[in-house]
Design a protein. Structure first.
Length: 248
């Protein structure tokens, strides 16, 4: 109880940031429902030279073009949703984290589940043959990560959120359809708020929420990394084998 009072007293901005996170998640969910019907016109379909997602030589490949990028995002959102599901359901969740921290982590859990489910629904509705082209539900392995440890959970959340922001920023240039690019922009803005919130929980009253380790001081922009740089990092948690041969 003392820890809860101390955190709220020394860093009231975290509480307002948590409220903003909740509102941003609701706004994204509404926007996702509006965009879910896109891809009805020829302009929204991937170009002929694009490679559709699907099994090749016995292994699922993410493909290329818009569907490849969306499938790549779906894989990452599956990871984040699974991680936060395990966080909020850990046996020591209520004792390891303060009330404010639990609220923030629960909000992030809800956001990532919305992201994951949206990509699944959007791809199911847009892929020519989702029965063979939709990325299956992935399995994950977190090794020795102790989900009852505040320090380990927040450190992993920080790594996942920072990686997620860099992933969306790097994939944006690969998206050809305006509606999909708009959606990616909405989601990356929420992911950046997640990263900021986690960093503030780890080190309250600091500049870490926008530290120079993630924001380039010469450009004022977040990191942007290609899938080939992101997947080896995220892949450390993913047990299900898949390839990304057609993404840079």
């Amino acid at each position: 109880m003392k820890n809860e009072v101390k955190i709220q007293a020394v860093n009231p901005s975290l509480d307002s940031r948590r409220s903003f996170l909740k509102l941003s998640g609701l706004a994204l969910a509404s926007a996702s429902l509006l965009i879910a019907g896109c891809s009805d016109s020829d302009d929204d379909q991937p170009m002929q030279e694009d490679t559709l997602p699907g099994v090749r030589n016995g292994v699922f490949d993410l493909g290329s073009g818009d569907f490849g990028v969306l499938t790549y995002a779906y894989a990452l959102e599956q990871l984040e949703a699974d991680f936060y599901t395990k966080v909020v359901n850990a046996s020591s969740f209520n004792s390891a984290f303060s009330s404010l921290e639990r609220e923030v982590l629960t909000d992030l859990y809800h956001h990532e589940v919305v992201h994951r489910d949206f990509f699944k629904a959007a791809l199911t509705g847009a892929l020519p043959n989702p029965s063979t082209q939709l990325l299956p539900t992935l399995s994950f392995n977190y090794g020795s990560l102790n989900f009852n440890s505040r320090t380990e959970v927040l450190a992993t959340a920080k790594a996942l959120e920072d990686t997620g922001v860099a992933a969306y920023n790097g994939a944006g240039r690969l998206i050809k359809t305006a509606d999909y690019l708009l959606l990616a922009g909405k989601i990356v803005s929420v992911e950046a708020r997640h990263a900021s919130a986690i960093r503030s929980l780890i080190n309250p009253n600091s500049k870490d929420f926008a530290g120079d380790d993630i924001v380039n001081m010469s450009t004022g922009l977040d990191d942007a990394k290609d899938p080939s740089k992101i997947l080896p990092i995220a892949g450390g948690f993913i047990s299900t084998k898949f390839t990304a041969k057609y993404l840079p």
